[in-house]
Ligand binder design. Sequence first.
Ligand SMILES: [Zn+2]
Length: 419
Amino acid sequence: MKINSERLLKNLEELSYIGRNEGGGIDRAFGSKSDLEAREWLIRYWKEHLGIETRIDAAANLWVDYQKKEGCLPLVIGSHHDAVPDGGRYDGALGVLLATEILETLMEAKLKLNHPLSVVSFTGEEPNPFNLSTIGSKVLCGRLTRESLENCISRDNGERIADALARAGGNLERLPSARLTKEDLFAFLECHIEQGSRLEKKNLPTAAVTCITGIYREQYTVQGEANHAGTTVMTDRKDAYLAAAELSLMLERIALEFQDDDVVATVGYVEVQPNEANIIPGVTQCIVDIRTYDTAVKALFVARITDAVSRIEEKRGVKIKREVLLDQLHMPMHPDVIQAVCQGVQSVQEKVPELVSMAGHDAANLARVTKSGMIFVRSVDGKSHCKEEYSTPEDIEKVGNAMLQAVLALDRSDKSETI
Ligand SMILES: [Zn+2]
């Protein structure tokens, strides 16, 4: 049994027109017109081609349930249909459409699985005007509650998230009904583009994901002294920006010393005050993002930063205030799902590399309520979250067939329990 890759690629192409901007990127953030259009496209496709009416939960996640039966937990496959601003056509969409293709292939083959199979497209996985990501899967696992969303509004137009959810078919009042537990799901498997270049370096189209990275974010506020850029001699300065720059370079050095591709650090946000050409910066704020799958590495990294901060404070006469913004633990994928993915991957290629996902995903939230796992597709030039994002049709076909086999393996993995 094989997937119909032509049909999958055609669907990918069609969905990519929804939200396409003039430059060729895709704007499809949660709550936007194109988010709603993409939802309509999926609902229509599932009705016309699978003959299944979409179920929309209170978090506006879209579900198609195949062979639902009482007392038998479903195997769930899928991803998200929203996109980052000016994003690409594969991130999320490929996972939803491949899940759809797998279901369509199984229906055509009239194959009976041990478990009911559901396809899901999650609400608001990517950053959006509500400043929340993985909204749908966070609601499922209880990380977002009705109370925590009640006062959430769009930074663009002040719309309440309750209204955005309602437009997409959700219902903030009924949000607790979307909560799932271990008694509701058998397993979850998500296909996603790699969003890095490790598979390209290995010259392989796919890999099993073993773990989703932990993310640690700290905000640093460096307090120096603003002064005249011409009259203040170099030795008298307390330049807040230079202190932040030195700290940033130090972070790069610390990250490199771990000599591990799965340990990375970034200073992606910097704000200099007063930000004028003829004034020495008095205050600089920056946000540091550290990712690793290992809590011991994180602890060591943070200890090294603490050393660096006091050295820089002393050397430059500045004060550095620190605030932890996010401390999200790494999330291992479930061994049963990893094993099923490895079996699937073995059916299309010799080697089965195991990778840590360095990006966050819905699968990490699902891991809190069920056996969760992921399969990656090679990203050409490691590009993602941009319009250049690309995976070849050949890779997509291979990974599609690997995932089909993984779904079958996973379905059979607990036969005794389901009979
Ligand atoms: Zn994604």
